[in-house]
Structure formats: structure tokens, C-alpha cells
Design a protein around this ligand. Structure first.
Ligand code: MG
Length: 241
């Protein structure tokens, strides 16, 4: 077969770690995102937070296009919005295809290649308008530069990820901070739930949901998202074009 248009570039995320050869990268297949995975953020968005694991129901999922990742921190303020919001999130990078059928929590964790920190950027005004009409969120969540992401660090270098804390600073001020022990659905839960709906594959990224404190970003803002001192994502918001 012969392509009739130029093939789009394969989105890739750099991989960094002590045992990782320089120049290593992670080719991105799909980007899955989890909604309302911290109780304090669910409440700030006006949703009920589950009182216990038994009451948590099923997670909310949405996707972003793989070419919405930004790996150099240079985020162009998107068109079509006057209310771009930050949501700092742990990103799980899958190194293996998920098996078909149910699998254990240990098997789920064995799918994980590594972790990154990302921003689930959101055109909040468009998302709110869609929610008010019970319409899909796509225009609020999926757009150019919607998913800035740090380098991926192999899981073995992060240790117990649930002992770590996500932080987002904007212009030096802490805007969001949340311990990953507060996740309503942990990584194994999310991979099991996603696999009921999709064929999870090596190259998939999963944005795990954001803690409270989401808010607006303006052109000129500088952001720094961290997982303790283990992973850092630095960038800034460029003027709209
Ligand atoms: Mg989010």
C-alpha cells in the first residue's frame, strides 16, 4: 500500500533513569484519563465523593489524542476557551499488553513500565457547557497541547508510588498537592476496569486523576509539576496564536 498523505509522526515521550540508555523513548499508543479519582477534587467539581470503596461505583474514563502530548513544556494557550485549567496527575506508562479476561492486582502492576507527571489540561468552560447539557466532554479535554508530560521514569526507580505526593506550582506558588494514597481507584483497579472496556497495550498512557485545587492558567504562566523529587515537569503557557 502507498500512503496518499504524509504519515503523521509517532508521538514519543523521553525515558530517563539510571539504567536507561541516553536517548531512550516511549512510543505512545493511546492516552486514557480517569475522572474524579480524588475525593477532594470530586467535591470541588460539585460531584458526590464516595464514602467508601464499596460505594465508589465505576470510574469515569475519557481519552485524549496521542498527539496532544507536549514533551518540551512549551504549551500553546488553546483556541476556543477563556478558561484553561490545570489538573496535575500521575501518568502510568504501560510496558506490556494486558491479558484478556480478568487479572490479579499483581499482574496489573506487572504491566507498568514506568511513571511520569502530566497535566490533564482542560478547557473548563467548554467542559462545563457540555456537562450542563449532559453532552460528551471531548472538546473540553481533547485539543492541541492538552497533555504536557514529563520524561517517563522506570517503575523500579520510583519505589512505592502510593507513598509519594503530587504537587503543582504555578509561578512558584503551590496550586495543587495530593498524596497518591488518596486515590479512590488505585493503579491496579484502574487497569482492571480499563481492560473491561479496551485492549490495553504497551505504549498506552493512563492519566490517573487530579487532587483538589484545579484552576486557571494564563499565557506567561510558568508551571512546575512534581512527584516528590523523583519526577519533575517544567513548562510555560505561550500566548494563543
Ligand atoms: Mg483530570
Amino acid at each position: 500500500m502507498q500512503d496518499v498523505v504524509a504519515a503523521p509522526p509517532q508521538p514519543r515521550v523521553p525515558v530517563q533513569g539510571t539504567g536507561v540508555p541516553a536517548g531512550s523513548s516511549f512510543p505512545v499508543h493511546r492516552i486514557y484519563c480517569v475522572g474524579r479519582n480524588f475525593a477532594d477534587h470530586a467535591r470541588e467539581m460539585g460531584a458526590a465523593a464516595p464514602a467508601s470503596r464499596a460505594e465508589r461505583g465505576v470510574p469515569t474514563f475519557f481519552l485524549k489524542p496521542s498527539d496532544s502530548i507536549v514533551i518540551d513544556g512549551a504549551v500553546r494557550y488553546p483556541r476556543g476557551t477563556r478558561d484553561l485549567h490545570h489538573e496535575v496527575e500521575l501518568v502510568v506508562a504501560l510496558g506490556r499488553d494486558a491479558p484478556r479476561g480478568s487479572f490479579s492486582a499483581d499482574e496489573a502492576m506487572s504491566l507498568v513500565y514506568g511513571y511520569a507527571v502530566g497535566l490533564d489540561l482542560t478547557r473548563r468552560d467548554l467542559q462545563a457547557a457540555a456537562k450542563a447539557k449532559s453532552l460528551p466532554w471531548d472538546t473540553g479535554k481533547s485539543f492541541e497541547h492538552a497533555a504536557p508530560i514529563s520524561a517517563i521514569v522506570p517503575a523500579g526507580e520510583i519505589g512505592d508510588v502510593y507513598a509519594r505526593t503530587l504537587t503543582l506550582r504555578v509561578n512558584g506558588t503551590v496550586r495543587q498537592q495530593g498524596p497518591l494514597s488518596d486515590l479512590i481507584w488505585n493503579i491496579a483497579d484502574i487497569l482492571q476496569e480499563l481492560s473491561e472496556l479496551y485492549d490495553l497495550r504497551a505504549g498506552d498512557l493512563v492519566f490517573m486523576g487530579t487532587p483538589a485545587g484545579v484552576g486557571p492558567l494564563q499565557p506567561g504562566d510558568a508551571f512546575e509539576a512534581t512527584l516528590d523529587d523523583a519526577i519533575v515537569l517544567r513548562g510555560s503557557i505561550l500566548p494563543a496564536r
